[in-house]
Design a binder for this molecule. Structure first.
Ligand SMILES: [Fe+2]
Length: 214
């Protein structure tokens, strides 16, 4: 692994972010560009990482000791996963900068969430692995989040895809692209079974730090 993978700076942005995000265009225009990839009600395909990011993180994941992969972190719909902060604390720090500067501002624009800034939100980010031996799919469920970034990291497997039951949609974005969708009652979803290989995803549940008083 290249050491600069774990240090957020201009080089990192150049090497590991998707150029659509880091084009230098005004944020509102980039948000509009992302909104062109709307694929269902409030479901957006959003470019996030470069292929190089995906290659680097999936190599790290494939070399991770088996005992580091958890199987029961979520009570109802557990995935075979590792919290990003446990996967690599420095990478999680890098991801915090990416989330605050490059991801949340667009999500807030797209969902027209007024009166809140990126720093009013926190994440639970984890790397998920679907394998034939451990867990090949995930039943339809609702995330405990406001909205979720479901980012694809590889495509060298068969089957898989993020399935939205209500919209009868199965999405299989290219590596580095995320399925951005709200959670709770409107967007129940699951992971279709893979039939060969290993599918890696980076999932970020996003929620407000302080729950709003309705
Ligand atoms: Fe989910």
């Amino acid at each position: 692994m290249q050491s600069n993978f774990l240090r957020y700076d201009d080089n990192w942005i150049h090497n590991y972010l998707n150029p659509i995000l880091s084009s230098g265009a005004p944020s509102e225009l980039v948000s509009e560009e992302i909104e062109k990839n709307t694929v269902g009600t409030d479901i957006h395909l959003m470019p996030i990482f470069s292929q190089r990011f995906c290659d680097t993180i999936t190599k790290m994941a494939s070399e991770m000791p088996e005992q580091n992969w958890t199987k029961g972190r979520h009570e109802h719909y557990p995935t075979n996963d590792i919290l990003l902060k446990d996967f690599d604390a420095r990478l999680y720090e890098v991801f915090q900068s990416v989330l605050q500067k490059w991801l949340l501002p667009h999500a807030l624009n797209i969902y027209q969430i007024a009166g809140k800034k990126a720093e009013d939100f926190a994440d639970e980010t984890f790397l998920v692995r679907y394998t034939i031996e451990n867990q090949s799919y995930l039943d339809t469920h609702m995330d405990s989040s406001y909205f979720t970034f479901n980012t694809a990291l590889n495509n060298n497997f068969l089957g898989g895809g993020t399935y939205f039951k209500k919209y009868n949609l199965t999405l299989q974005p290219q590596p580095g692209w995320s399925v951005l969708a709200p959670s709770l009652v409107t967007h129940k979803h699951g992971a279709r079974p893979i039939s060969e290989g290993v599918r890696y995803m980076l999932i970020s549940f996003i929620h407000p730090i302080v729950q709003p008083a309705y």
